[in-house]
Design a protein around this ligand. Structure first.
Ligand code: ADP
Length: 458
């Protein structure tokens, strides 16, 4: 990863180096190429200002001002009446004014004859380009002189300094890029390894915290996803066990009872009928199981479109309750509380299945009193259908899984029936299709209330 062109190290490195080179080039350009230009302009501006100060100065102040300029600005000054110098201030080094250069004498002569102003001297005899100003003040002439001396020396120094700076910056850039990318790639590599393990089916893998906020967020999300996958995987594993078990039990019973009929009871009508009843009951169970699986599959694959019609749901609820009459002999009791009529719009047979599954579950899981209540409450805009039992309730952490396919809690049923683990997934699928709000409220030790809301028909 580190040597690849698309690696983080390579990208960080190239970006940082690109940025450094850009800054360095800019510095080179400013310091080396434009320096002379800047310096010259700056010196000219400075001398222009000095010239103005001298011109404006009152006579009595002039001597002091000249003195100050000479000292503070390191400038060479000569005051002359046109024939002889009346004052010098030639203490600065490299002052050409006091020396009898022809070109200086020529400029001076020009100034005496009225050509005041700025002269740029570029003469071989002088080491550097120089500036000379001729100013007329009262009856005197004032010359100010400055050489543009250090420009070349300075830019040479700068140039060699910049070479060192460039080398140091490049070394630092490589170091920083390496450090940054290591700091980021290390946790990424760790996460990639964990993700690989996850991909291989190790759901116990933990994505470790790195100390980088964005990475930690990613680690948290991946950990949450892993735990969800783990749970789903457990459910899927249970499914195989559950489904095979669910098929095996009735099949074993059917086989055993069929053999019993064949070997012993085929002549004894009463015994034979009893045995055949068991076979029929077990066949029914198998049928229910297969139907549940098929129903869910069909629903999930959207093969069935809802057949919405207007009907009285209370009538249907009552009929469904009657279907469970056969349980009365075992002490089960279902009561209904609510209006006598409630028109709704839904897929009748599918919604009947919802009510049936919820009542069936309530009976399966209700408490020792074996009571189940179906409650219908008509509100302003919608109606609430509740199926209440008095069972042990459902654990809070289990609540979010009960709607999953094949999820079955390990607890024993009150009724001696084994569910398919599909009932609630079918309920959920149908209610979601109808866009009906649904849910469950459960209190441990007190019981559960499964509910859904249906919009009122106008
Ligand atoms: P099952 O065939 O196991 O009843 P369901 O999908 O109908 O499958 O329900 C899934 C699980 O939800 C059940 O195994 C049970 O743990 C829980 N459950 C469903 N209804 C109730 C209820 N009325 N009281 C307590 N637990 C319930």
């Amino acid at each position: 990863m580190i040597t690849k062109k698309n690696s983080l190290l390579f990208k960080t490195l190239s970006n940082i180096i690109f940025f450094s080179v850009f800054i360095l080039l800019f510095l080179w350009l400013i310091q080396v190429v434009f320096y002379n230009l800047f310096y010259e302009k700056y010196t000219i501006r400075r001398l222009d200002n000095i010239k103005k100060t001298i011109e404006k100065a009152k006579d009595e102040e002039l001597a002091t001002i000249l003195e100050n300029i000479a000292y503070e600005d390191n400038i060479c000054i000569e005051v002359t009446d046109g024939y002889a110098s009346v004052g010098y201030n030639l203490r600065t080094k490299a002052c050409a004014l006091g020396k009898n250069y022809d070109f200086i004498t020529k400029i001076k002569r020009d100034v005496y004859s009225g050509a005041y102003g700025r002269y740029i001297i570029n003469n071989k005899e002088l080491a550097n380009k120089s500036l000379l100003y001729g100013i007329k003040k009262n009856n005197n002439f004032i010359f100010i002189y400055s050489s543009l001396e250090d420009v070349n020396t300075t830019s040479n120094v700068l140039r060699s300094q910049l070479i060192y700076i460039t080398i140091i910056v490049i070394i630092f850039a490589i170091g920083i890029a390496y450090f940054i990318s290591k700091r980021i790639t290390k946790p990424i590599l760790k996460m990639t390894n964990s993700a690989k393990k996850l991909g291989e089916g190790d759901y116990r893998v933990v994505f470790e915290k790195t100390g980088i906020t964005e990475m930690d967020d990613l680690a948290n999300t991946l950990n949450a996803a892993t735990s969800e996958l783990n749970k789903k995987n457990e459910i899927r594993n249970d499914l195989v066990a559950n489904v095979s078990h669910d098929f095996k039990t009735p099949l074993t019973m059917i086989k055993a009872y069929a053999e019993m009929v064949k070997d012993f009871s085929y002549k004894d009508t009463k015994k034979r009928n009893e045995n055949i009843d068991v076979i029929i009951k077990e066949t029914d169970r198998l049928n229910t199981l297969v139907n549940d699986i098929l129903d869910l599959k069909k629903l999930e694959q959207s093969k069935e479109i809802l057949n919405i019609e207007k009907y009285d749901i209370i009538n249907e609820i009552k009929e469904i309750i009657n279907k469970f009459n056969y349980l009365k002999k075992d002490g089960y009791f279902i009561s209904y509380e609510g209006p006598d009529k409630l028109l709704i719009e839904a897929d009748k047979s599918k919604l009947n299945q919802v009510v049936y599954n919820l009542i069936n579950n309530a009976l399966n899981y209700t408490g020792k009193d074996k009571k189940v209540v179906v409650k219908v409450t008509k509100n302003k805009n919608d109606s609430l259908i509740e199926i209440v039992d008095t069972g042990k309730g459902i654990d809070t952490e289990e609540l979010k899984y009960i709607w999953e396919k094949y999820y079955r809690s390990g607890k024993k049923h009150q009724r001696n029936e084994i569910g398919t683990g599909l009932g609630l997934s079918i309920v959920k699928e149908i209610l979601v299709r109808h866009n009906f709000n649904y849910g469950v409220q459960s209190t441990k030790g007190k019981g559960s209330t499964f509910y859904f809301n249906i919009k009122n028909v106008k």
